[in-house]
Design a binder for this molecule. Sequence first.
Ligand code: ATP
Length: 248
Amino acid sequence: MKLKLRRVSKTFTGPKTAFAAVDQIDLDVYDGEFLVILGPGLCGKTVLLDMIAGLEEPTKGEICLDGRELHGPDRAIGMVFQKKALLPWKTVMQNVEFGPRMAGVPKGERRKTAQKFIDLVGLTGFEKSYPHQISGGMKQRVGIARAYANNPEILILDEPFGALDAQTRYSMQDEILRIWKAEKKTILFVTNNIEEALYLGDRIVLLSKCPAMVKEIYEIGLPRPRDMVSEGFLKLRERISDNMDLSV
Ligand SMILES: Nc1ncnc2c1ncn2[C@@H]1O[C@H](COP(=O)(O)OP(=O)(O)OP(=O)(O)O)[C@@H](O)[C@H]1O
């Protein structure tokens, strides 16, 4: 077991009100798996991820990585965001080597690491480009390379392809599977899109509407690459769709 969540809850308290965003989530994430967290819009997915990433402290419950309880951000956990993740004044290379640089990795070594992941995400030749000079899909590739360059044990991707056009989104889904197979790191991938969840995940954790609770966990036994119009895929899509709370 890589990551363990036990009765993790988050309530935001204002001067007069309390708002429960996440309610008693129990979750086990296996080493090396591709786990998808699926839930309707505004159900509390980002709040849950922020707690795993150490950006928010749970109100109750505990989060353990390899048996050790997490408090605050941890280098073992890397994040790829939907947008605004890149430093606009830095080149692709500088963005990817930023983490290792902050960690004090010597220049030669961090260049080598950054180049490896730039190549892995298919951006060879764009090292000197700035974020405004590349497309949305390419920016997400840089975000993925940057997260991997920090050598995390778990990668969290929060709706990373949500802002991309449909065609780019499909190709990025294949890319992330290819990278996951090559690097063998545990991935926690959040989406509100059932097809995307079914195309990618070893398992899908379906969350309820806010406050987020685990509604059901699906083991997706379908072979990869998955055929989105196969009978198995469509049946599972229907089952999940029937079980998914409507957005807000
Ligand atoms: N710091 C905060 N203070 C108060 N309420 C918050 C805070 N952060 C999030 N919330 C509330 O928690 C709920 C869940 O938000 P969250 O961003 O986790 O949803 P989500 O499932 O990630 O949404 P989406 O699918 O749109 O990305 C929302 O109603 C939001 O307003």
